[in-house]
Design a protein around this ligand. Sequence first.
Ligand code: FAD
Length: 396
Amino acid sequence: MDLRDSPEEASFRQEARSWLEANLPEGWGRPGFEKPRTPAEEVAFLRQWQRALYDGGWAGLDWPAEYGGRGIGIVESLIYNEEYTRARGPNQISMSVGTSLVGPTLIAEGAEWQKERFLQPILKGEEVWCQGFSEPNAGSDLASLRTRGEVVGDEIVVNGQKTWTSFAQQADWCILVVRSDPEAARHKGLSFLLVDMKSPGISIRPLIEMTGHQWFNEVFFDDVRVPVENVVGEIGKGWDIVMTTLAVERGSSSQHARLAADVELLIEAAKRSPRGEGKTAADDPLVRQKLAAFASEAMIMRMSVYRNAQVLEETGVPGPEGSTLKVFWSELDQRVKNAALDILGPSAMVPEGDPSAVDDGYWAYEMLWSRAATIYAGTSEVQRNIISTRVLGLPR
Ligand SMILES: Cc1cc2nc3c(=O)[nH]c(=O)nc-3n(C[C@H](O)[C@H](O)[C@H](O)COP(=O)(O)OP(=O)(O)OC[C@H]3O[C@@H](n4cnc5c(N)ncnc54)[C@H](O)[C@@H]3O)c2cc1C
């Protein structure tokens, strides 16, 4: 496998690089740039930035052109993601439910009117989405969910609770999985709904994360009425749609670029971190070996990502191999962030805003945030179950 860019890919890479250089938000990444601090400020900022990406032709690169995308290949999308991370563009996390999960799910499974109504507003940053899957007693075992969706005439009446719903407070819409037939077997009788978050009967209670940020929420549904036409696929066949969404989520493939950029940032920080008389952490042979190992692992991950992309281009659907990547990057991410605190010392634990914080508290925040990586989008244990049975063919 040749990982060098073809001439066309190289010119695409240059196009992306030049556009990002010219169009990143003014002052972004430079000292003094007033970063959005609260989730509400962040979403407002990212809505604007998403619009700029859309106007520049850099949103929904692999979505069909008829829905506002650019209709280009997966490899070009990877190249764009690499350039975006290299330029350290804004982390688009609050947009990601819409762009990474809802869009691809609707493109694959949505009714024509749903594609026409919802896809462009996602790409333009006009509508933010949240994902209402997990419940207090249904996470890894999602099929045990209990939120009820009773079909009454041409509406579905929803009652129940979701939890860990990221960005529910900022979201305009929600992809919601409900039990529409309580008599049916666990994986049957579920329905996948598109719910307007302004519907009467929805209440949201924020949860604070250990990073101090508040992205998660509990969401309560009390006689919330959803038109039957907002069902994706068929009533009672929601599990099939859930599988599509989860496959897209686990196969998401730009993490290698982020990790490689973080390893480079750590190398730079080690060169600035004092270690004894006139030396820095980067002079320590043990630190050098660790950093070199991380850089190699990030490179291995890039190769795996490109190999998976080839499979995806051939088959059109992300396969269970996405689980190997998910386990690899999430655990590597944690190792890199833990090592950063060891290498950079106590001031790496000082949070952002304090003048003594290394890289304005980036490492302190990232070490805490990286704990989540082995939980969301399927825990490491669950991914290993998938790898053992569906990739390696081991018995249950
Ligand atoms: C940062 C973050 C954002 C999230 N955002 C959202 C969101 O927007 N929307 C949403 O719906 N959900 C969201 N989640 C929830 C996430 O999907 C769940 O946390 C995840 O599915 C695990 O479920 P759980 O927390 O209920 O843990 P459980 O499923 O209860 O698991 C507890 C432990 O048991 C292990 N375990 C469970 N089953 C097995 C098994 N069969 N074999 C071996 N071990 C097993 C798990 O690995 C874990 O260690 C988010 C989570 C995080 C961390």
